[in-house]
Design a protein around this ligand. Structure first.
Ligand SMILES: [Zn+2]
Length: 268
């Protein structure tokens, strides 16, 4: 079975007419315009093999407006993009100094994939949340990442906002940060593809945008039974972890590493 990234459930109503128009924020410096344009060109080049297909086209605001829907790429302290085409101007924000402190394409690629309809890979029904090693890795303190709550994640899955087909793709650009680290707890050979986009990321985007003339296989919603079982398991782990954390704080309070962040994860 082929791995397939997670998509917003109603992605078919949120597809872009290709190429999706991109307007670069007028406040960007020439240097940043150059960097972001290069990112978009590199993104497009990932789809060239065997096809003459352009995903994004950087254009002037007037031309983009005439298309009805367009992405406005801006740089802020945060990363953000809605999932799929929203209609009208759609802000996609990237931070020029991403988590790795680099100016690489990873963050723009990730956010642009959101705009194309892709959701986080950890919401895949086959993300190995049943594995205690994964849970431990998720709950460990990340590099400046916000406290993570499993409850929150399960809530997202339960809301059936996403569809996932086939096995989970650990190399997807939508599997990021500690989620990829957690996957490595199960399979240490997991790496990030050189171009950030995994083969599966590219394949699914080609399919939903019909670049290769083949429609995406029929999706299926997240199974309710799986959600129920996972929620139950996570509750049990949360309780066990809370008990363990309390014991650790009591016995080694001077060595506690960021206890606030860890404690807050399980405050409810
Ligand atoms: Zn994201």
């Amino acid at each position: 079975m082929l791995a397939t990234p997670v998509l917003i459930a109603d992605y078919k109503t949120k597809l872009w007419e290709m190429p999706a128009p991109v307007v670069l924020n007028e406040a960007l410096s020439d240097e940043r315009v150059h960097v972001l344009t290069a990112s978009i060109n590199k993104f497009n080049s990932c789809f060239k093999a065997g096809y003459d297909f352009v995903i994004f086209e950087v254009m002037k605001p007037e031309k983009a407006r005439a298309k009805g829907s367009w992405i406005k790429l801006v740089e802020t302290a945060h990363f953000h993009s809605d999932i799929g085409r929203q209609g009208g101007e759609q802000i996609v924000s990237v931070n020029p100094t991403d988590a790795d402190g680099s100016h690489k394409e990873r963050t723009p690629f990730h956010e642009l994939c959101h705009a194309l309809g892709m959701a986080h890979e950890q919401y895949h029904v086959h993300y190995p949340l049943e594995n205690p090693k994964v849970i431990d890795a998720l709950l460990s303190t990340g590099r400046g990442e916000r406290p993570f709550t499993l409850e929150n994640m399960v809530k997202h899955i339960e809301e059936n906002k996403f569809v996932s087909l086939g096995p989970c793709d650990f190399q997807s650009i939508m599997m990021y940060g500690r989620f990829r680290s957690a996957a490595r707890a199960v399979d240490p050979t997991i790496t990030e593809p050189e171009t950030y986009l995994s083969e599966t990321d590219i394949r699914v985007l080609k399919n939903i945008y019909q670049c290769n003339g083949r429609p995406l296989p029929i999706g299926r919603p997240n199974p309710v039974a799986w959600c129920e079982a996972t929620r139950k398991n996570i509750k049990a782990w949360s309780l066990a972890k809370k008990a363990q954390t309390l014991t650790t704080f009591t016995s080694t309070s001077t060595k506690a590493d960021k206890p606030g962040a860890r404690g807050r994860s399980f405050s409810q």
